[in-house]
Write a protein that binds this ligand. Structure first.
Ligand code: F58
Length: 843
């Protein structure tokens, strides 16, 4: 179906003047934008001006695909995926758009002829950090694959004014700074004020009888907020499809509280305006206690209501009736954050459009599917009933009704089992009453999935077992994937060039083709080229690390990397304990044969998560001592790179030798960083957790460093309830590590600083760090031995990349399309940018 971007019909010649893809057109457009949009000559322009000029000329070239895609979908009434997510961690747009439009090389050459460096221009972009981590980044990878596979899609989310905080280190401790990502403007979005919608909050409900004598409900809200959509194009890779990411921004109604204004209460009126706009002000960092987070529930409802109203507008514009809603849209709930969509769609259908309950419920259930991303019980969303009823009184009534009807079914299935009924209820009646959002999502969806095999199994056997027993047909697994466009083509250009040479250029769209590398693992020349690329990437990263942290990393050392959110279950502290042990060994035996290593950490801790922040202090404390110690300086380096984000990920994954995926088995739902590393030729040291298990099966057990207790062994340990101290008793090395931490060596003599951390490790550790320590240390010993054998290591590295094709997000998305959404590709033909095609489509 793909039309090559260059293949425009002669009739569209007018477009090529504005949107030509050759070097001369790009240079011309660049200078035009600089002059006409920014009012600048090259001599006085800043790098940000250059960035904006390039961004705008790329956007021009996207618009044609974007309008053509929208026109096609409208004309054909195409079935559309609506991906609802409170987070989209898109990463910088410029580089990715250049890759997907196949413009990267030409743009680089054009800039060079103008005396400019493309990399430097790209570095100007402030990345939109509208997500916390894996969940938000997965949404971004999925949008890329949906566009590449030519699936009509709308991503719906929130246009936070402030994204995830910017992390700095002050004296080794995390400091959070606000992320004003919109400071210099955002050339990628287009506001669509004409599609603004109203969202209501608070107030009360009233029953009334309509003209047909039917009992209906009217909601009298206390407050109305306007939702203004901002659209960002999402182009597929080397195809004409460009889908839309539609993010909603809150605004006060235009004539804000006129009554208050007339009474002269000007300040109250302005207060209300500020209150409305606060709704989309800031992204919540995770791991904060949810209690009392009225604003967060407000955010969730706000974007979900905007999205559903928008979908109904689209449906009507295509002259489809409401009872076709579920044939037009397949809605995916990215975790429970948008689960309020279930009662909101019911409310819109029943209260606003007069549909009967049963018909509305059938549509609702046929529309929604729910992806769960966590097994940690504390991360399952619950909202206190009083807060819920205060903010969304009508939705609470609808939830009660949904619950009653659902529990009636449960009662019939489990005659007389009141406990079963209480366990499955959407309303939790134990303690402070609350709404269980995961239960709401399960009841309201026709499909429920986990994000890796083990995760799905654990959902079915633990967290959601009652729902699995009741409706096993709803459950399936969809193992996560990542997009090879951003995570190989853009971030690892030398590897991409080698793959192009070896496999042809199609691999980036058909990642299974990486298999073609397998035989080359035995080719010494190929291995040398492979090593060269890794070495080059390590040099580049070392340069960056030096620039940012002042610490010099030796590109010939083993780059051992753990980058991800800081969390006890991810066990960065297990890694640090081992580093301290190595350091201690070298100090005690300076002749010890230990290959030089650079340990790299990066990741943010939630601002209120004290233990995570303490782990950062331990890493930086250890880094301080080791990097300054002349006895080990040339053999061990420890670096914490602040502010891990997509841009830093792009620098890091291609340069890693070893990927640390060492979570407590049964706690990491999937992981996606694990995939990015392995695809780029890093070997993994990891537990049998999340997608590690499937990665190990794919790359071969002999190409993966496995250690640690399995999920069921961890469960048994937890049940036994033995003291973690027992794992220390027979481990002299570990005892010395604990002693060194306690001595204040890593805390400027403060012997108490890390006591809370050691206390939890020794007394009652739900993450079983000590239980896995010995196995981890031994496995690291094997890593060191194999790393010395450069040929074996290169062979294993090649085989990792060669066998990771299955982890492309294209594969995941195909599974969602075939098994859950039932959508198929819609080819897009480029139409003129004069709007003729579109106008004709409306006739
Ligand atoms: C992550 N969840 C999982 N949540 O931890 C990871 O294993 C998985 O690979 C990934 O989802 C994608 O499926 C995650 O990132 C969040 O960031 C939430 C954001 C909102 C607040 C609660 C945490």
């Amino acid at each position: 179906m793909n039309t090559k971007p260059e293949m425009l019909s002669p009739a569209l010649a007018v477009d090529t003047i504005r949107t030509g893809l050759d070097k001369a057109s790009i240079k011309r457009a660049f200078l035009d934008h600089l002059f006409f949009l920014q009012g600048k000559f090259p001599t006085i322009a800043t790098f940000n001006d250059y960035y904006l000029a390039l961004a705008y000329l790329v956007r021009d070239r996207l618009l044609q695909r974007w309008v053509s895609s929208a026109t096609t979908y409208t004309r054909e009434g195409s079935r559309t995926v609506a991906y609802l997510s409170a987070e989209f961690l898109m990463g910088p747009h410029l580089g990715n758009n250049l890759v997907n439009l196949d413009m990267l090389d030409t743009a680089r050459a054009a800039m060079q002829e103008l005396g400019l460096d493309l990399e430097k221009i790209m570095a100007q972009e402030v990345e939109p950090g509208l997500g916390n981590g894996g969940l938000g980044r997965l949404a971004a990878c999925y949008l890329d694959s949906l566009a590449t596979l030519e699936i009509p899609t709308l991503g719906y989310g929130i246009r936070y004014e402030y994204g995830i905080f910017h992390q700095e280190l002050h004296n080794g401790a995390q400091v959070e700074l606000s992320d004003m990502w919109l400071r210099n403007g955002n050339p990628w979005e287009i506001a669509r004020p004409e599609w603004t919608v109203e969202v209501r909050f608070g107030g009360h409900t009233e029953r009334y009888t309509d003209e047909q004598g039917r009992s209906r409900v009217r909601w009298h809200p206390e407050r109305i907020v306007m939702g203004v959509p901002y659209d960002t194009p999402v182009p597929g890779y080397r195809c004409n499809t460009a889908n839309t990411l539609r993010l909603w921004s809150a605004a006060a109604p235009e004539s804000f509280d006129f009554a208050a204004f007339n009474e002269g209460d000007y300040y109250r009126a302005v207060d209300d305006k500020i209150l409305s706009e606060n709704l989309t002000k800031v992204l919540y960092p995770n791991d904060e206690p949810e209690q009392g987070k009225q604003l967060r529930l407000g955010q969730q409802y706000f974007f979900v209501s905007c999205a559903l109203q928008d979908m109904i507008r689209i449906l009507f514009r295509q002259r489809l009736s409401l009872d076709r809603f579920h044939s037009k849209f397949a809605i995916q709930l990215n975790d429970t954050h948008p689960a309020i969509a279930v009662p909101e769609l019911m409310r819109l259908l029943i209260d606003e459009h007069g549909m009967e309950w049963e018909a509305a419920w059938d549509i609702t259930e046929a529309t929604f599917a729910y992806t769960n991303h966590t097994l940690l019980p504390e991360a399952l969303e619950c909202w206190s009933l009083s807060l819920f009823g205060h903010l969304l009184p009508r939705h609470l009534e609808i939830i009660y009704e949904i619950n009653e009807r659902f529990l009636d079914k449960v009662r019939i299935r489990y005659l007389g089992d009141a406990e079963q009924v209480a366990r499955m209820s959407i309303i939790d009646d134990t303690g402070e009453q609350s709404v269980r959002m995961a239960h709401l999502a399960c009841v309201g969806s026709h499909a429920i999935n986990g994000v890796a095999n083990l995760h799905t199994q654990l959902l079915e056997s633990n967290v959601l077992k009652d729902f699995y027993a009741l409706s096993p047909e709803k459950f399936s697994n969809k193992t996560n994937g990542v997009t090879p466009r951003r995570w190989i083509v853009l971030s690892n250009p030398r590897l991409a060039a080698l793959l192009n040479d070896t496999l042809g250029e199609r691999w980036a769209k058909d990642l299974d083709m990486l298999r073609g590398l397998e035989p080359l693992a035995d080719d010494a020349d190929f291995r040398a080229r492979w090593r060269d690329i890794k070495h080059h990437n390590k040099q580049k990263l070392a340069h960056h690390l030096r620039k940012v942290t002042g610490i010099a990393a030796d590109p010939d050392s083993l780059f051992d990397v753990q980058v991800k959110r800081i969390h006890e279950y991810k066990r960065q502290h297990l890694n640090v304990l081992h580093i301290i042990a190595l350091y201690n060994r070298i100090r005690q035996d300076p002749g010890a044969d230990i290959p030089p290593r650079t340990f790299l950490f990066a990741g943010k801790a939630a601002p209120g998560y004290h233990m995570a922040k303490l782990i950062i202090r331990l890493i930086t404390g250890v880094s301080d001592i080791i990097n300054r110690d002349p006895l080990v300086r040339s053999r061990l380096k420890v670096i914490f790179l602040p502010n891990f984000n997509v841009s830093n990920g792009q620098r890091i994954y291609p340069a890693a030798d070893l990927s640390e995926q060492i979570s407590t088995a049964g706690m990491e739902a999937s992981g996606t960083g694990n995939m990015k590393f392995s695809m780029n030729g890093a070997l993994t040291i990891g537990t049998l957790d999340g997608a590690n298990i499937e990665i190990r099966e794919a790359v071969g057990a002999e190409n993966f460093f496995l250690f640690g207790h399995t999920a069921s062994e961890i469960q048994a340990l937890a049940q036994e309830g033995g003291s973690p101290a027992s794992f220390v008793e027979d481990n002299a090395g570990l005892q010395e590590v604990i002693h060194l931490i306690r001595s204040g060596l890593f805390s400027h003599g403060d012997c108490d600083l890390f006591e809370p951390l050691l206390d939890s490790l020794l007394e009652n550790d739900p993450f079983h760090v000590f239980a896995d320590y010995a196995a981890y240390a031994e496995c690291q010993q094997q890593v060191a031995e194999i790393y010395r054998d450069v040929e074996t290591w290169a062979r294993m590295s090649i085989l990792n990349t060669a066998r990771m094709g299955w982890f492309s997000s294209d594969r995941s998305i195909r599974e969602y399309c075939d098994n859950i959404w039932k959508v198929s590709p819609v080819g897009v033909k480029l139409e003129g940018s004069d709007g003729l095609g579109f106008l004709q489509s409306l006739q």
